[in-house]
Design a protein around this ligand. Structure first.
Ligand SMILES: Nc1ncnc2c1ncn2[C@@H]1O[C@H](COP(=O)(O)OP(=O)(O)OC[C@H]2O[C@@H]([n+]3cccc(C(=O)O)c3)[C@H](O)[C@@H]2O)[C@@H](O)[C@H]1O
Ligand SMILES: Nc1ncnc2c1ncn2[C@@H]1O[C@H](COP(=O)(O)OP(=O)(O)OP(=O)(O)O)[C@@H](O)[C@H]1O
Ligand SMILES: NC(=O)CC[C@H](N)C(=O)O
Length: 733
């Protein structure tokens, strides 16, 4: 290929995990002859959103200290010799005219060139940016920003431009689009590209959800496919103190093709991807797009901040070539995302490892397998990362330790315990033990029946009464209480062990207790409040049972853990009730009155389709054609009754890594009340009315049109009913 004017530019996309900007002294150290290793000879460097202070500062963004300290760090960075002759943009909050903006600060050779505030904020899902930031609404306008005095002393500038402008070097034009601006229908890259901006820089704080990674890649590719250009997309990676795991996957795209990328998951703190691009190819691509040129010629111009420097080299190197993006399957995302999040959590909490009550069922075994996956990642990272090695040495209280075998590491960091009661089976006990052996966790088996009996004795002493299981003639209320006391005792024992097990082994610190309630159980409320569902952190709280089973199938082969095949196929059961004539009387799905697959469908419908009971009923009518409309109605009503009854449990849900769009996590994600009337009179009446119309005519196109007369009668106030979380009423109190 012939180039008329070889303008090869090295651009760099630096991806850093939050809070990882090295302190000033280490920056200086790195400059001693290590410039190439750091920026790889690049002329431009970008990084993720709000990288200086960290994306998850949240309400700390309302504190002026956060902005002040960000300026202090910025001064340290721009003063560093490492930043000579390279244009750098970094992310931080900036207060201008008493308003806080989420900004990129662009500098070159100790001079700040531009402060570019975010134009479109993100407020969906876990995002709440407009709680802290104001969007910049002055399109294509800049103002003077007066620098803090200690910054002015270093840069020698009093004021710098702030606003919606682009940077014009002698040989390239660079524009900024901050995260959500790419996702919005009025994406900023379009008018910038029409105005001749060649390099589009996007700094992001985009978190992981299963099956989401392709979205950013598609957006980036389509941005430069439609409008041409070189796109630098830099995202955070890792956990920084919240429930989300930032998704990595930074990349460089050129005219619709990805030419460089970074990993989605890794324990390594900083990953630098460098690409060499030929900017003439941007021009030739755009020149060929005739319709783009016509629109571009009338497109309004951006203010241009001039930079008297060249970004291109006349090098004879080869431009980076297009690559094929290999996506992780959801099972791999489960294996690596929560594992990396657990690692970040563990090292920041300064604890010595994890404790998990291991029942031999799908959920707790999934949590265990994720910890094993974490150990594998640690062993892989240690030869390349001093930070990971230092953290693991602190955890195991051994400064000479070098982990190389995940099983051996697991034995040091991970403690599992099977806690039997008289209702436990030998099968689950054996499965828990096998998994512990295969992953190498330090495993114990205890019998907690003595503690359960002691508690029941206290009750009997006071009341003179002993509750009975239903198979022994007890009422549902007695039976439920007997189940819950077993489950709760396990939680107390788990905390006792987590606090003292390292003490008993003459090691420092304590252990974090892991939980293993999955997203579906939480949504349905099929868990005992303050049993082992209450823990310090939960790696699977955002994942559905269906996905967990696929994950175990994957891990069985990928991690060589044969017992997972058996665990996956076992019928899920709580094992809290006695066997009846040798038969299992309790299975999760029978207890819940719905299958996990149905629950997952309804969960998605509630959250993603934003469906109330009536809309969910309509939606499922077309999805579940194999069952009658009456049956669909009963399932929907049962789901909403259970959801309403148990919603209070979400207020104390153990923090877990966010992974699923239909998560019911009440804390940050799913903002709904936690006290409901469970009768849903108006909504259920609408369903009933629709059913009547359906039976009157198969083809009625009905819109709910109910009135007071359609409502079922209000239930009598007396005698009071105590409805348990099964949604089964009928106990007179
Ligand atoms: N609106 C509200 N706001 C705040 N608290 C509320 C409340 N309504 C009830 N409560 C309180 O909540 C408590 C009842 O909840 P809780 O103690 O959890 O008990 P509960 O939900 O009644 O029963 C536990 C449920 O979990 C199931 N389970 C048990 C064991 C294992 C598994 C499994 O996952 O395999 C499942 C079991 O079948 C049953 O459905 C009571 O103290 C009650 O007063
Ligand atoms: N016998 C047991 N030994 C140790 N822990 C247990 C035992 N039974 C239950 N647990 C703990 O309590 C949690 C909730 O118990 P539950 O019976 O609801 O299991 P679950 O949610 O179906 O999960 P699993 O599939 O792991 O059995 C389990 O995930 C596990 O951590
Ligand atoms: N920080 C942001 O602006 C997030 C943007 C986008 N909605 C995402 O999920 O990645």
């Amino acid at each position: 290929m012939r180039r008329f004017s070889p303008r090869l530019s090295r651009v760099v996309d630096v991806k850093e995990r939050v809070f990882n900007i090295p302190p000033p002294n280490s920056l200086t150290l790195m400059s001693n002859g290590s410039e190439d290793r750091t920026f790889q000879g690049a002329r431009y460097r970008s990084g993720p959103e709000l990288e200086i202070c960290g994306y998850t500062c949240e309400d700390h963004f309302l504190e002026p200290d956060t902005t002040l300290h960000s300026w202090e760090v910025l001064v340290a960075i721009l003063s560093s010799p490492i930043c000579r002759d390279i244009v750098v943009d970094v992310g931080m909050p900036v207060i201008h005219k008493n308003r806080t903006y989420n900004c990129r600060v662009v500098f070159y050779n100790r001079k700040i060139l531009l402060i570019r505030p975010k134009l479109i904020l993100c407020d969906n899902g876990n995002y709440r940016e407009s709680r802290w930031f104001t969007p910049w609404r002055k399109e294509r306008q800049v103002e003077d920003f007066w620098l803090p005095h200690f910054v002015a002393e270093v840069t020698g500038q009093q004021s710098v431009p702030i606003g919606d402008a682009v940077l014009m070097a002698r040989d390239a034009t660079i524009g900024y689009e901050i995260c959500e601006e790419l996702w919005n229908p009025q994406s900023t890259h379009i008018p910038m590209a029409l105005d001749g901006v060649e390099i589009l820089v996007n700094s992001s704080g985009s978190y992981m959800e299963l099956r989401k990674a392709y979205v950013t890649v598609d957006l980036v590719k389509s941005a430069t496919f439609k409008a041409g250009g070189c796109y630098l997309y830099s995202n955070l990676r890792g956990g920084d103190g919240g429930r989300v795991f930032f998704n990595g996957c930074s990349c460089v795209s050129m005219n619709g093709e990805i030419v460089k990328r970074t990993k989605q998951f890794s324990l390594i703190e900083v990953e630098v991807a460098t690409a060499m691009v030929d900017l003439d190819l941007v021009t030739s691509y755009r020149v060929g797009k005739r319709s783009l040129n016509v629109i571009g010629s009338s497109s309004p111009s951006y203010p241009r901040i001039q930079l008297d420097a060249r970004l291109t080299h006349n090098l004879l190197g080869e431009p980076s070539r297009p690559i094929v993006w290999e996506y992780h399957q959801p099972e791999e995302e489960i294996a690596f995302g929560p594992a990396c999040w657990l690692w970040d959590y563990l090292r920041r909490s300064n604890q010595g490892g994890f404790f998990l009550p291991l029942s031999g069922g799908v959920d707790s075994c999934s949590s265990a397998t994720i910890v094993y996956s974490m150990c594998r990642l640690v062993c892989e990272a240690c030869p390349f990362s001093e930070e990971v090695l230092a953290s693991v040495r602190n955890m195991v209280s051994d400064q000479n330790y070098f982990p190389s075998d995940p099983k051996e590491l697991c034995g040091r960091l991970f403690f599992t315990c099977y806690m039997a009661t008289e209702n436990s089976s030998t099968e689950t006990k054996a499965r828990a033990k096998s998994l512990a052996q295969q992953i190498g966790s330090t495993h114990t088996e205890v019998n907690v029946s003595g503690a359960v009996t002691a508690l029941l004795n206290i009750f009997a002493l006071v009341t003179g009464m002993r509750p009975k299981f239903s198979v022994h003639g007890g009422t549902p209320r007695e039976c439920l209480a007997l189940q819950n006391v077993q489950a709760r005792v396990r939680m107390v024992i788990a905390y006792l062990f987590s606090q003292l097990i390292l003490w008993a082994r003459n090691r420092q610190g304590g252990l974090l207790v892991l939980g293993s309630a999955n997203v579906d159980e939480s949504l349905r409320g099929y868990l005992t409040k303050y049993d082992c569902s209450s823990a310090d952190v939960n790696p699977i709280g955002g994942i559905s049972k269906t996905d967990l089973k696929s994950f175990l199938l994957y891990a069985k082969t990928a991690f060589n853990l044969p017992v997972l095949g058996e665990i996956m196929c076992a019928v899920p059961t709580a094992e809290l009730m006695p066997l009846s004539e040798g038969q299992l009387v309790q299975t999760d799905e029978a207890d819940m009155g719905m299958t996990y697959a149905e629950l997952s469908t309804m969960g998605r419908c509630r959250m993603i389709e934003r469906a109330g009971p009536y809309t969910m009923f309509l939606s499922l009518l077309s999805k579940w054609k194999e069952i009658s409309p009456q049956m669909v109605a009963e399932k929907v009503k049962h789901f909403f009754r259970c959801y309403a009854l148990n919603r209070h449990k979400m207020t104390v849900l153990t923090p877990s890594v966010h992974a699923e769009v239909y998560s019911p996590d009440d804390n940050r994600f799913d903002h709904r009340p936690f006290l409901y009337s469970i009768s849903w009179r108006w909504q259920f009446a609408a369903i009933q009315k629709h059913l009547q119309l359906l039976s009157a005519s198969e083809n009625v196109n009905c819109v709910s049109n109910i009135s007071i007369k359609d409502l079922p009668p209000v239930p009598p106030v007396k005698p009071r009913k105590n409805v348990n979380s099964e949604g089964k009423g009928g106990v007179v109190v």
